[in-house]
Design a protein around this ligand. Sequence first.
Ligand SMILES: [Zn+2]
Ligand SMILES: [Zn+2]
Length: 587
Amino acid sequence: MKKREYSKEELEQMELMRHSASHVLAAAVIKYFEKEGEIVKLGIGPAIEHGFYYDFDLPRKLTNEDLPEIERIMEEIKEAGESFEHRMLSKEDAVNMLTERGQLYKVELANDLEDNELSFYKSGVIDDLCRGPHVADTSKIGAFKLTSIAGAYWRGDEKRPMLTRIYGVAFPTPEELKEHLDWLEEAKARDHRKLSKELDLFMFSKFGPGFAFRLPKGEKLWQLMVNYWRQMHEDAGYVEINTPIMLKKELWEKSGHLKNYAEKMYFAKTGDDEDFSYCIKPMNCPGGILVYKNSLKSYRDLPLRVGELGLVHRYESSGEMSGLLRVRQFTQDDAHIYMTEGQMKDELKKVLELTAKIYQDYQLEIDHIELCTKPEKSIGSDEQWALAEKVLEEVLEESGIEYQINPGDGAFYGPKIDFHLSDSIGKTWQCGTVQLDFAQPDNFELEYVSESGERKRPVMIHRVIYGGIERFIAIILENFAGKFPMWLSPVQIKIIPITRKHQKYANDVAEKLKEAGLRVQVDKREERMQAKIRDAQMEKINYMLIVGDKEMEHGGVAVRSRDEKDLGLMKTEDFIAKAQGEVENKE
Ligand SMILES: [Zn+2]
Ligand SMILES: [Zn+2]
């Protein structure tokens, strides 16, 4: 069930319509509270992907029960076909008018605008400070539905008032709206927070906001992903290191992190420190660089590909946290590649290939690739930045990879290539990144001895493929809807003895499966068989093996796949071969 694709023109048209729908929502909320004799203070109301929202300061809390009536009023306004009338007001008149109406938030917005004349659009009861444009009249806003209510701080600032945000979706036709609502249902069923709980993979605690705890099955999944990663990297000529989780402040001063990244860092002090003297690492690079400097390198050592599954901490604002998707403590599947300038392009191409292969094994598609250029805060010279950006561009072009430019979104030490993936229902995720860096090697005076015996400076690649492993797990959970393929399933097989007297046989079968390297559990509970099957299906176990008299007699197992397919009686050996094949082939 993929999302429908729209052309750029269609999307622009929809944006107009969705933005106009946000005015209609505001008008409806004003009317709704008029009945109660209350006034509504308006925040902002933009179009967003699939729909729109509007922020309100309301006289009382709204619940989902209020939405149908607000929606009904919106329909009325739509049917009335009220036009959007534009006019310009001097800033002074605008501020006076908004102040008189008690629209404090709009007054603040008006005051912040630098123009002398401000643009207003009037439609029915609503007369809004807005640049426009809109559809001709409210009858053109298409099919819509209000979907949810959330709290949102005014201007995203935790110190400002919390407003009520009403979200809606809008599409040109009722069919497209229905399609989208069905898609949302599907996406909800795949929500990784829900699945992680149902499958017993991770937990969170108020004592570690944004820190994921791995439960036994989550840890198993983790290990499977890491084993796979290690094999892929060993095959690609990487070595692996591990560096300390915190290092002295002076290192982070030198690396530029304290100047460019401090707002996202955690700090630590020892018992007799006045101030902090250690920084908990938000990135693995400085530690990795110390390892490089541990011994003198020669051109023969290059390219040197050094992987590190590094545990990092980043203080994301609490508004940005969302289950495993945005955590404050995570393990990056990092690697730093040190190389000569002549090796840059080859190495970058190899990284792009390895990345694509790994995504393919997880059944994720590359949606698009971005080239992110020099940000506001940066280290290194303009020449280095220009060269690094040029090399990345050439590598993408030579590899025949289409890309778009994302200006100013590079890392502070170099430009990067970002991978955006799309999952089985067309949701997109930013994932791996490849950064080319001339600045840190300079900064840390990295060297190698060239063929002619001179000291030269290497160039560095920083790259992650999973990104944060926690986040990648969220992505694959949603991609597979929790139904992991055999090679990734924490528990692949559940053996269900029909009665207590089949228990021993069940244990024997389990032993054989374990010896064959399969992950198996026996359901020993005194439950009815149907209940055990249902529970195994809920746990999304790949195969259930039911054993009773008939199976014992034939030395076999009755096989059921989790999608309720009855595969009949199989010899235990045959089932083992089938299961191993699926693991092997990553089916
Ligand atoms: Zn508008
Ligand atoms: Zn790095």
